[in-house]
Design a binder for this molecule. Structure first.
Ligand code: SF4
Length: 436
């Protein structure tokens, strides 16, 4: 059995894809190993969302090239979004033997098995969902897991490279999703996150049967009553009230929604091709807060998109104050090749201005997150124990139903336990408390 190791970069979709790849290889005479030093085959699952992500991968490939000089038997494959974006260019790198895109992983065992096979497979598919593949989940993760419910994206947001490297949207057979989630519950997992670039546009059609995202969510909630359920990522233009009502009707669906807004300015949202306005976004927030009081809401924000003015930036800060997000992922605009924006709009906001606006957004969000956490002090919250705190062996950490990280003294509790924690203090990033 030839040992292989997969190094994964980027989003949860890549984590889930690496588990599919590991399963395909483990079923073809290869064995996964837990340290890259032990591997004869090194696979790197890559991300193209921002320039920095690609730079990190190129540095890693340079390192692998040096390893190959010492160990000529070593073989290296590049998977994921960079594979689709750069294709044969990657084969010019001295470390690289194979380049395989996100829809071509079924080819990998054959490519690795015979030197005569073509080293490049990056064709995007309109149908591939790997629905019949049971992901290989290493022993290191036993509590929470991801299940991909759909692949690709049809939204074509102007700054985003995803549709070009992951292809068109396709939803996975609900029966195969339910079977995978039921297997996770049977294997002792306590929480599952349903994954998609835009889960709200999940739509499975077979004969007379049509399953929407709300329908799928209800089906999964009923099928695994003892499993916590989360989902990501949602798109404001597709976030309908039916999903919110299903969440309200099922205790095991966590009351947490990640709803990327990106900007608070209608001019910028239109240029980004986000297909909603500030007003419709705020309407979605009102619905969430009405149907799911206390629901955790997080978002994504981009500072310095093409032609963004100081007034546009001010509108983003105002929207943040109005919504009062619990958490946010915040970035400055990084132009990606071949995207709508790269083809049509000059990247005209100076870098230092992008950085200044981003730091204002981060400072404001830190204040909002701290206020949101302070409001939880004195409350008792249900937390799923996910591991030992990085700061102290005596403490455990986990996440609340609303998606907040919580740290508390270990006591006699273990990873996988659902505990009740009385919140006694907090920082902007973390709640702290005691088990009750
Ligand atoms: S919804 Fe927009 S930002 Fe999200 S993956 Fe699709 S194109 Fe990219």
């Amino acid at each position: 059995m030839i040992p292989f190791y997969i190094e994964t970069y980027g989003c949860q979709m890549n984590v889930s894809d690496s588990e599919v790849v590991a399963s395909l290889l483990a079923g073809s005479g290869y064995v996964p190993c837990s340290r890259w030093e032990e591997a004869r085959i090194l696979l790197i699952n890559t991300c193209s969302i921002r320039e920095n992500a690609e730079k990190r991968v190129m540095n890693r490939l340079d390192h692998f090239a040096r390893l190959k000089k010492k160990n000529p038997q070593l073989r290296v494959g590049v998977l994921g979004c960079m594979a689709t974006r750069l294709k044969e260019q990657l084969l010019e790198h001295p470390a690289v033997d194979w380049v395989v895109g996100p829809d071509s992983y079924r080819h990998l065992p054959a490519m690795m098995g015979s030197p005569a096979s073509a080293p490049l497979q990056t064709q995007l598919s309109l149908t591939e969902t790997y629905a019949d593949i049971t992901p290989y989940r290493g022993r290191e993760q036993t509590v929470t897991s991801f299940v991909t419910i759909m692949r690709g994206c049809d939204n074509l947001c102007a700054y985003c490279i995803v549709p070009y490297v992951r292809g068109r949207e396709r939803s996975r057979d609900p029966q195969s999703i339910q079977a995978e989630v039921e297997a996770l519950q049977k294997d002792g997992f306590k929480e599952v996150t349903l994954l998609g670039q835009n889960v709200n546009s999940y739509r499975w059609k077979a004969g007379e049967e049509t399953v929407s995202f709300a329908g799928l969510l209800e089906r999964i909630a009923l099928a695994v009553p003892n499993l916590r359920i989360r989902f990501t990522t949602s798109h404001p233009k597709d976030m309908q009230d039916d999903v919110l009502h299903v969440m309200a009707n099922h205790h095991n669906i966590c009351k947490q929604i990640h709803l990327p807004v990106q900007s608070g300015s209608n001019a910028v949202l239109a240029k980004m091709n986000r297909k909603y306005t500030r007003e419709t976004y705020l309407d979605r927030i009102r619905s969430i807060r009405t149907i799911l009081p206390g629901c955790g809401i997080s978002t994504d924000l981009i500072a310095g998109f093409c032609a963004e003015t100081e007034e546009d930036h001010r509108l983003t800060l105002e929207l943040m104050k109005e919504v009062r997000f619990d958490q946010a992922f915040m970035f400055q605009y990084s132009q990606r090749p071949n995207t709508l924006a790269a083809r049509h709009y000059p990247d005209d906001v100076p870098e230092e201005e992008k950085t200044r606006r981003l730091s204002e957004i981060i400072a404001l969000q830190n204040r909002l997150s701290l206020e949101s956490n302070r409001a939880d002090v004195g409350k008792t919250m249900e937390v799923l124990v996910e591991g030992t705190s990085k700061r102290s062996e005596e403490d455990l950490f986990g996440r609340t139903d609303t998606g907040k990280v919580c740290v508390f003294p270990k006591g006699t509790n273990r990873v996988g336990d659902l505990v009740h924690v009385r919140i006694t203090s907090c920082t902007a990033a973390t709640l702290k408390g005691d088990i009750v």
